[in-house]
Design a protein around this ligand. Structure first.
Ligand code: ATP
Ligand code: MG
Length: 132
């Protein structure tokens, strides 16, 4: 059993039907929801969460978007949770999703490279150090 950390980003939360569909994907993929919370990310939280991207061109855009409204946070449990959730999400970039994984979560609900619908942990270390 492994844990992963998932976020449904603000543009998704504005569409209750999209939230419902993604929750369905989570449950039908045999994840157990260990904890869930709706919360508007504060600026200091977004800055520490995305500090690895601080020098990237999209950083300011990303932080502004992520603090723009409520997000849903989930701790999910499953065998191979990290890899499985990232597979369900699909590629980071919206252009790539349209060619490689149109049925993935980002393929269905992503609007742009920044507003790409969901976050998923990259590794266990990352959960322990960054996702407090
Ligand atoms: P995440 O860490 O959110 O699960 P990821 O690991 O697929 O996504 P990262 O490279 O860690 O992608 O980027 C973190 C977030 O930064 C992405 O989810 C996206 O919102 C934003 N982002 C990444 N690349 C770009 C880009 N080229 N242009 C705009 N925003 C981007
Ligand atoms: Mg990442």
């Amino acid at each position: 059993l492994e844990l992963t950390f998932a976020i449904l980003k603000p543009h998704v939360i504005k569409q209750p039907l999209a939230v419902e569909k993604i929750r369905n994907i989570i449950l039908t993929s045999n994840f157990k929801v260990v904890k869930s919370k709706r919360h508007t990310i504060q600026l200091h939280e977004a800055e520490s969460f995305y500090h690895e991207h601080k020098t990237k061109f999209f950083y300011k855009r990303l932080v502004t978007f992520m603090t723009s409204g409520p997000s849903d946070f989930y701790i999910l449990a499953r065998e191979d949770a990290i890899k499985t959730w990232r597979q369900l999400m699909g590629p980071t970039k919206v252009f790539k999703t349209q060619f490689e994984a149109p049925d993935s979560i980002r393929g269905q609900f992503g609007l742009s490279d920044t507003r790409n619908a969901t976050h998923g942990s990259g590794s266990i270390i990352f959960i322990l150090t960054n996702h407090r």
